[in-house]
Design a protein around this ligand. Structure first.
Ligand code: NAI
Ligand code: MG
Length: 781
């Protein structure tokens, strides 16, 4: 039996385009505003012009940011319930116009109407409902937080409306206003959304859409009136944005590329897994950041699996996106088509075997057949680069350990699929995969209640779920922080040679891998009292010391696997041992800082250790109930190795406040104590030595903050970086950490009140000490 064409009507879309004469300005402050320059957006399926859109200038961005700023105060003051009603109205508006959105998206992007109708639009609706709920619950569930302000959002062309929903819904729910820059290839559903949102009563300026190319996005990133940037797109542009926003105080979330593994064990339901592959790599023509583009099959079933897969590929139908019976539509643009072809050719040149089924493609337009590359080397271009097209590469493995190793052999860490009928095996593998989302016996499942986002070069931050809404909020206690008083390190503290020379006090070494270690350069620095008296000396750590400390921390991975009970016990033990020497610590703090609060600082540090001992087995994730038969486990995972720059204020309490949440969650740390008052941390070596802290979990390198920070920021084996120092320190941490796109938490030179639990204890910091991995487990036959 053959399929006849089953086209969806585009009449309603053509009528909407006609009312605008197929020419659009930006949507700013509640109405369309003409831009000076125009660009085209085409139908990828035919190459025909669909509409002309404005190419946003710096001035357009400025107008939009001003409109958003003007609207922000009253939008926030409207309150959670008021905003919930608006978000609910947006969800209803989308539902009422579902078909119009689905057809317009399909035309502008080239993706099958079946997908826009059954996935993009319903999921976008779901995001607005879900976030109407967050707005409603903001006062009770998120009361320690407030809106960030004006948010700039830049989205790609692969899921234009869905990415709008993922970004706009949480931003507006939390009380922010938005300037959205859609992708140049697919601006139309955003313009339609803005227009209909306004008709649905959304106040002017709350959502502004400025269209244009990369330069328009860059202007939005650079605009001083923007408080946060949320970006989805290529890793390359993500890095540029990280650099451009470094040190500006703008918060940032990045959802970037991927090269996600699709792992098939020999006991998998092979036909089910074949259908999974179809969904993983041919859904949306493979133009999906979390596409399962690396097939890893267990050797014993590989030949059989590939045979079944090839047979299935022969049944895929590629055609006009508005045909309801097709599986794959058009590639977004000739540029992308050329790039895909080039990468496939490169794969073949590097030794891969290419399979493309004998299926007919439309004679014109931008189409690429489903493609399978076998015989691929793990290091080849096609196995490592994101192709962003309907191209699957396949490799084999023998053991579960080898599967994990191959799966994690990537710069990216967005998602993974695991196929096995043995639940024990699947759930053993899932947490070992270094990525933000794992689907067990499934792929490409999404829900607004379940966070989505990646690790490493896939970016940072999550969209959806509780973790997603936090990305659009700021802690009230932090929003009120003032710049630190500038503290100058006295001149006598300059580095001086001869580490071996007897000093007034014992010269403290560094603490690396559980042992006191002499600094590599054999230099020490004096520690002065407020009156300039030498109260002790510490080692002057350098790059090599940081590298040694990172290696020691990396090796201590047993800590990340230790039980929470075990970690809690050790934190309590540290508290107990600190308590036994409280007077000694108090007099040291007094000698260094002259404070009269030294005793209470030690007491607060003891309490803080107890607090994180308490949290260690309680800050433990969630089980979500997305709309399917199954669950999604939101697991709190440690980041891994985290660099910590400690503040000069409260030298013991600041140090304890930063390292305890990190180690409570299973991270290993490389800590640079207060540059000015480091002796509280070096005295702490003895507490560590007597508290059963495993070697390498806490490594301490004293010395010049600026240089040590630089080495930590640039180190690709450091997964996260917390910087509580100067404004400049924050800027360089953000700027220099783009190599592996590590997650940063910086204070921008603002003074944190370490005695105030609302600013410095519990979930406010624990949240930054973990990354949420969502493991989807559908069940039933
Ligand atoms: P892109 O990253 O250049 O574009 C994404 C968005 O960023 C668009 O709205 C674009 O106008 C904007 N943009 C571009 N340069 C910018 C800049 N300097 N500052 C601010 N905004 C900027 O992605 P593109 O060129 O569309 O696709 C290139 C490759 O990126 C694809 O082949 C694919 O590998 C990857 N990609 C990944 C996506 C994902 O979801 N992970 C989405 C889109 C592309
Ligand atoms: Mg288009």
């Amino acid at each position: 039996m053959d399929y006849g064409p089953a086209p969806e009507s585009d009449a309603e879309v053509r009528a909407w385009l006609a009312t605008h004469k197929s020419s659009f300005g930006h949507f700013i402050g509640g109405s369309f505003v003409t831009g000076a320059k125009q660009i085209d957006t085409n139908e990828p399926a035919t190459g025909k012009l669909l509409a002309r859109i404005a190419d946003g200038s710096k001035k357009d961005i400025d107008t939009a940011v001003s409109a958003a700023r003007k609207a922000q105060g009253s939008w926030e003051k409207l309150g959670g319930h008021g905003r919930a009603r608006h978000l609910y109205a947006l969800a209803r508006m989308l539902q009422r116009h579902a078909r119009l959105f689905a057809v317009l998206e399909s035309l502008d992007n080239g993706k099958p109407i079946r997908e826009t109708r059954d996935l993009d639009v319903p999921l976008a609706v779901r995001h607005f409902y879900h976030h109407a709920g967050w707005a409603q619950l903001q006062d009770s569930e998120l009361s320690a937080y407030k809106a960030i302000g004006v948010v700039g959002q830049i989205i790609p062309w692969n899921f234009p409306l869905l990415m709008l929903a993922w970004k706009v819904a949480p931003a507006l729910a939390a009380g922010n206003t938005v300037v959205l820059k859609p992708a140049e290839f697919t601006p139309l559903t955003a313009l339609l959304f803005a227009e209909l949102a306004h008709k649905a009563g959304l106040p002017p300026g709350v959502l502004n859409v400025v269209t244009g190319e990369g330069a328009t996005g860059a202007s939005l990133v650079e605009h001083a009136g923007v408080d946060k940037i949320a970006f989805t797109g290529s890793t390359e542009v993500g890095r540029l944005i990280r650099k451009a926003t470094a040190g500006t105080g703008k918060s940032l979330t990045l959802e970037l590329g991927g090269k996600s593994p699709f792992i098939v064990f020999d006991d998998a339901d092979l036909d089910g897994a074949v259908e999974g592959v179809v969904d993983a790599i041919w859904f949306n023509q493979g133009q999906v950041c979390c596409a399962g583009s690396r097939l890893l099959v267990q050797e014993g079933v590989a030949a059989d699996f590939i045979k079944r897969l090839k047979r299935r590929m022969g049944k895929l139908r590629v055609g006009h996106p508005l045909d309801k019976a097709i599986d794959m539509g058009a590639i977004i643009d000739p540029i992308q088509l050329k790039r895909i072809g080039m990468l496939v050719d490169k794969g073949v040149a590097e030794g891969a075997e290419k399979f493309q089924p004998e299926i007919t493609l439309p004679a014109t337009g931008c189409f690429f057949p489903p493609t399978l590359l076998t015989n691929v080397e793990t290091s080849s271009t096609v196995a490592t680069e994101e192709i962003f097209g309907p191209v699957l590469v396949s490799m084999t493995f023998r053991t579960p350990d080898e599967a994990v190793m191959l799966a994690n052999n990537s710069r990216y860490g967005l998602s993974a699929s695991v196929w096995s009928e043995t639940i024990g095996l699947a759930l053993d593998i899932a947490p070992k995969l270094q990525c933000g989302v794992v689907w067990v016996n499934a792929t490409n499942l999404f829900d607004a209640a379940v966070g989505f986002g990646g690790y490493r070069e896939s970016g940072f931050g999550r969209e959806g779920g509780r973790e997603g809404i936090y990305e659009y909020l700021k802690l009230k206690a932090w929003a009120a922080r003032k710049p630190k008083a500038v503290q100058r390190v006295a001149a006598e503290a300059e580095v001086k040679p001869n580490f071996d020379e007897p000093a007034l006090d014992r010269t403290a070494k560094l603490f690396i891998g559980g042992k006191q270690a002499r600094p590599d350069g054999n230099y020490s620095r004096a520690v002065l009292s407020p009156s300039g008296k030498i109260v002790g000396e510490v080692g002057e750590g350098n790059r090599k010391d940081i590298r040694n400390a990172v290696a020691a921390a990396r090796a201590a991975e047993g800590w990340s696997k230790a039980t929470a009970h075990n970690r809690a016990q050790i934190l309590y033990y540290m508290a107990e041992n600190l308590s036994a020497r409280a007077d000694e610590f108090a007099s040291r703090i007094k000698a260094m800082t002259g404070t009269s609060k030294a005793k209470s600082e030690v007491e607060a540090a003891i309490q803080r250790l107890f607090s994180y001992g308490a949290w260690a087995d309680k800050y433990d994730g969630a089980v979500h109930a997305p709309p399917l038969r199954g669950v999604a486990l939101a697991m709190h995972e440690p980041l891994g190795v985290v660099g910590v720059i400690c503040p000069d204020e409260a030298p013991l309490l600041g140090f304890i406040s930063l390292i305890s949440p990190l180690i409570a969650m299973g991270n290993r740390v490389v800590v640079v104590p207060s540059e000015r008052h480091p002796l509280a941390a070096t005295d702490f070596y003895q507490v560590l030595e007597t508290s059963d802290v495993p070697a390498g979990v806490i490594n301490i390198v004293t010395g010049g903050r600026d240089t040590l920070l630089k080495t930590l920021a640039e180190h690709d084996d450091v997964d996260g970086l917390w910087v509580f120092g100067s404004k400049e320190n924050s800027a360089s941490a953000e700027k220099l950490s783009t190599g592996n796109l590590k997650r940063t938490l910086v204070d921008h030179g603002l003074a944190t009140d370490w005695y105030d639990t609302a600013s410095s204890e519990g979930p406010v910091l624990l949240r930054h000490a973990v990354q949420v991995k969502n493991i989807w487990i559908p069940y039933g036959e």
